[in-house]
Design a protein around this ligand. Structure first.
Ligand code: NAD
Ligand code: MG
Length: 366
């Protein structure tokens, strides 16, 4: 039996929008959009893996409902989040007659969402934008909060904007086709929300490991709604990352970015790096007497039961520290970490000693 969809609203004055989450709700895409925008020309942006699975059919569905539809397909993968790709999108949009009334619809993972959102933010000084996120990571993280952009060679997410969508439609059923590693990687960010903001949600995840691993639609609908709500609460208080509040979302990420950079973005998926990063951050917090044994045990156990790695791969600790000092979120080379004090609460800790960081890395390498 289909569960009724949940709706959560992101409150950002005249940029407010709904995120609708449920099983089977892609059938409502046309009315979802029609209720929330003007115009009838839709430019769908997708990738070559999501196109045959979902975007192609959704394009036909919209065309059958009197939208004028163009589908633009990029190669799947991070390399498509480039200035060259966004340039090509703009050229094609121009040729296809896109104007200020056109609507950009991203159907895909975080790569497609970030790329299409940036294309929308700048074309004709800003087009109406919708997202249908199809990876778990995109559903719980990248489609919420309005950050869009592309990479420069060697500088991830260096060019972009804050551009809020008119609406986000999440169908949990599309996760059925997601490769296992991609699914598990998305779960790392799910666990993160529990640790940083919501101890009850963390306990819910512990109690629903089996149904989560089985991708149960009803459980996923609840889990994704909680994550979107928790992120929306943060974004509502710090839309453009000016007050520092949004930094709590970076729990585990200082370590994670170092692992990703040290492995040249090939070995680990982002979520896998975040899982190991959370393990390291918890161990660091434990060493600094900020959390107890029980916290550490529960976080490690939950990550492992969701098939996530928690052990630091073979990296040179000094090199990792050098990379962390260069992290754009580091404070003039000093080491700062988002660290927990208990489940559901984190704080920004400045001036962490290098020796403590190295010890945490070593402890997580056991
Ligand atoms: P992705 O978009 O590359 O998707 C992963 C893979 O899954 C791709 O090969 C894609 O074709 C495939 N895929 C997508 N949906 C599928 C489905 N339902 N079934 C089968 N295959 C499917 O990766 P991602 O993890 O979704 O996103 C990563 C990107 O998100 C990064 O570029 C990152 O910087 C960005 N991001 C942005 C924000 C933000 O706030 N804007 C936040 C976090 C991450
Ligand atoms: Mg992340």
């Amino acid at each position: 039996m289909a569960e009724s969809p949940l709706i959560t609203r992101v409150n950002l004055a005249d940029r407010s929008y709904d995120i609708q989450i449920g099983s089977g709700n892609l059938a409502e895409l046309s009315s979802f959009m029609r209720d929330r925008c003007q115009g009838s020309h839709v430019v769908i942006v997708t990738d070559d893996q999501v196109d045959p699975l979902y975007a192609d059919k959704l394009g036909d569905q919209l065309a059958g409902d009197e939208w004028e539809v163009h589908v633009l397909v990029v190669d799947a993968g991070e390399q498509s989040k480039s200035v060259e790709d966004v340039h090509e999108l703009w050229e094609t949009m121009l040729e296809e007659g896109a104007d200020r009334q056109s609507i950009v619809l991203a159907i895909g993972g975080g790569v497609v969402g970030d790329l299409a959102g940036f294309a929308a933010a700048a074309f004709a000084r800003g087009l109406q934008f919708f997202q249908v996120p199809t990876t778990l990571l995109a559903q719980v993280d990248s489609s919420v909060g309005g950050k869009v952009g592309v990479n420069l060679p060697g500088a991830k997410n260096m060019v972009g904007a804050f551009w809020q969508p008119r609406g986000v439609l999440i169908d949990v059923d599309v996760l059925a086709t997601l490769p296992e590693r991609e699914y598990w990687a998305g779960l790392a960010e799910v666990v993160k929300y529990g640790v940083i903001l919501d101890a009850e949600f963390f306990a819910y995840l512990e109690q629903h490991v089996d149904t989560i691993n089985a991708r149960d639609p009803a459980v996923l609908t609840y889990v994704i709604e909680r994550c979107c709500r928790l992120k929306a609460d943060v974004v509502e208080q710090d839309e453009c990352e000016t007050t520092g509040l949004r930094a709590v979302l970076n729990y585990g990420h200082t370590f994670a970015h170092a692992f990703e950079a040290a492995s040249k973005y090939g070995l680990l998926l982002h979520g896998e790096a975040v899982a190991i990063g959370m393990e390291c951050a918890a161990r660091l917090a434990h060493q600094l007497d900020r959390i107890d044994d029980d916290f550490l045990r529960r976080q490690t156990a939950l990550l492992k039961s969701l098939h996530l790695p928690t052990e630091v791969p073979e990296f040179d600790g000094d090199e990792l520290v050098r990379i962390m000092r260069r992290d754009k979120k580091a404070d003039e080379g000093r080491l700062r970490f988002v660290l927990p004090t208990k489940l559901g609460h984190v704080e920004l800790v400045k001036d962490v000693r290098v020796d403590d960081v190295l010890a945490a890395l070593k402890a997580a390498n056991a």
